[in-house]
Design a protein around this ligand. Sequence first.
Ligand SMILES: Cc1ncc(COP(=O)(O)O)c(C=O)c1O
Length: 399
Amino acid sequence: MSTRIAKRLSRLGTETAFAVSAEAAAFSAGGNRIYPFHLGDMNIPTPENIIEATVRAMKDGKTGYCPNYGIPQLREILADDINRSHGTNYTAGNVAIQPGGKPVINKFFLAMMDPGDEVLYPSPGYPIYESQIEFHGGRAIPYKYVEGENNFELAMGEIEESITPKTRLLVLNDLQNPTGAECSDEELQKVAELAQKHDLFVLCDEAYFDIRYEGRSHSLASLPGMEERCLILYTFSKRFAMTGWRLGAAVGPKDLIDVIAKLNVNDESCSNHFIQYGAIEGLTGDKSGPEEILRVLKDRRDKTVEILDTIEGVRCFKPNATFYLFPNVTAAMKKKGLTDYEQFRKSALHETGVSFCTRRHFGRPLPDETELYIRLAYSGIDTNQIEEGLAKFKTFVEK
Ligand SMILES: Cc1ncc(COP(=O)(O)O)c(C=O)c1O
């Protein structure tokens, strides 16, 4: 007898990068060498001072439930930290601690979207937006990024054309997964104007705000009139190499934060208690850990781009932020006589051990897409492995 699952589950998507991961793990278990570029996980350790502060908190008995909003000290320190980088005016009341950044997405749509509401979201983009919008009965309206001179750019005109009287929400993942795109000041300004003109509320997914090698990150929430129209998805995952710890926050208008904390009560009661003391140490303690994380990632980015640039039929930008590259492989695939992403991905995996995701893993393709892309994450692979793997990939593509 098969279990009868609720019908609404047919609308729930998934993060198919995890399936690529399972496939790579199975290939590796068969005795094959793998070069893991597929998952945005990190093989860089969490800074020691964060680990020590967490262990101390555990030994000090911070092992029971804590407030649904998170511990007051962390909420206040995080608000101050964001104010410093964003120029905003948040207080502890604007922060609800979460078990990771990802839960903010589900809670945002639960709190802000009624069935039938239209939501603009990026495609290619983090696949959970599309999944959660549709699961909760919204209409997912994709917008795209196009290749500009130095990096991908928002297709701004199309965003405006997609807005209808039913459009209520916009998802902006500036410093973007998978493209590595970041908005210029002018683009951010235009997005703010659109949001205000059409009365849109924005989920600012800032998972990669602090993964930046040059220059400064800017936030939509910093612009005049936008603090009250934005919910920031904050996460400790990438900035402090804490992906498996599961700690993040929703930061935004107090009335929305109160609703999100009520969802916390219903979902997980509270986020892991003692880890929050580790997060305080991350935000207030020695900065050499996060600096080292960025140094390691920058070396890997430089090496990956340097090698990709030598591969015939591959074209790649060098983004200043995130740990993703989104090379155009249209010519490379054509050269190999392939039009199907899965064929390209699987034959690269089986012939070279190089494992990556393709554009197909980042939301439904738009009808007018002609160019083909893959995503390489360099957060979970050392530089010498990057060199070895991409040398094999180059031979695979060019032979
Ligand atoms: C764009 C984006 N948003 C949110 C997340 C969620 O991160 P976490 O739940 O680890 O904080 C990720 C993770 O890869 C991401 O790429």
